[in-house]
Design a protein around this ligand. Structure first.
Ligand SMILES: N[C@@H](CCC(=O)N[C@@H](CS)C(=O)NCC(=O)O)C(=O)O
Length: 223
């Protein structure tokens, strides 16, 4: 049976959702983030040296990195479901979005998390105004314009097709759900970006998504 090493409030939620969509049996081993640092507990390093979530094990096989896990599960258990036909235009889009989610979209989202939290970190009182000023400058000159670029792009792509890879829901939408949810948590998705709003409504309405939420416990992407 597949074991999902599941960290609360994490990308691992996508793996539970995919397994529910594919109707594959699995069990969950749960890990809690440290309340202060938000890091995963050290036990996760016994499963994979980086100690990040998600990681799955399937018999003797251990797979980390959400995109690789999705490829593995869709390839082994999908029977052609949730992936467009090989060599089609949709398949190339599928591959693109599967990589884009972690390879491009998450970088500015992570930077925004870091630079927005930076001024609240413990530091000598005289340093705080300087740190606040530097963080605000980086946000304004680099991070915010990059976030706008990426979220405008995602919005425009959904004008071409209802789902990221094309007309059909696919595992690329599952992979893209995390940056889109993170964008919503950072206030980047509102009436100005109606297609991304609609994407979120559509995925939240899927029964498999709802079952994964029940299995995974409370889920709120870090805002
Ligand atoms: N690109 C990796 C990112 C994995 C990752 O950073 N996971 C986060 C949770 S969303 C994590 O484990 N954070 C806790 C830590 O770094 O200790 C993937 O998509 O699987």
């Amino acid at each position: 049976m597949i074991t999902v090493h599941h960290l609360n409030n994490s990308r691992s939620q996508r793996v539970l959702w995919l397994l529910e969509e594919l109707d594959v049996e699995y069990r969950i081993v749960r890990y809690q983030r440290d309340a202060q640092t938000l890091l995963a507990p050290a036990q996760l390093r016994a499963v994979h040296p980086l100690g990040k979530s998600p990681v799955i094990s399937d018999g003797d096989t251990t797979v980390a990195e959400s995109g690789a896990i999705i490829e593995y599960l869709v390839g082994k258990y999908g029977n052609g479901r949730l992936i467009p036909a090989a060599h089609s235009a949709q398949r190339l889009r599928y591959t693109y979005w599967l990589h884009y989610a972690e390879g491009s979209a998450m970088s500015p989202l992570l930077l925004s998390l870091i630079f927005r939290r930076m001024p609240q970190a413990p530091m000598p009182f005289f340093a705080r105004p300087i740190v606040r000023g530097v963080a605000a400058k980086v946000m304004k000159t680099f991070v915010d314009p990059q976030l706008k670029l990426h979220f405008d792009y995602m919005e425009s792509e959904l004008a071409r097709n209802p789902w990221f890879a094309g007309g059909e829901f696919s595992a690329a939408d599952i992979q893209m759900s995390f940056p889109v949810e993170a964008g919503k948590a950072r206030g980047l998705i509102d009436a100005q970006r109606p297609r991304l709003m609609n994407f979120l409504e559509c995925i939240h309405a899927r029964p498999a998504y709802q079952r994964a939420m029940e299995e995974g416990g409370d889920f709120a992407v870090l805002g």
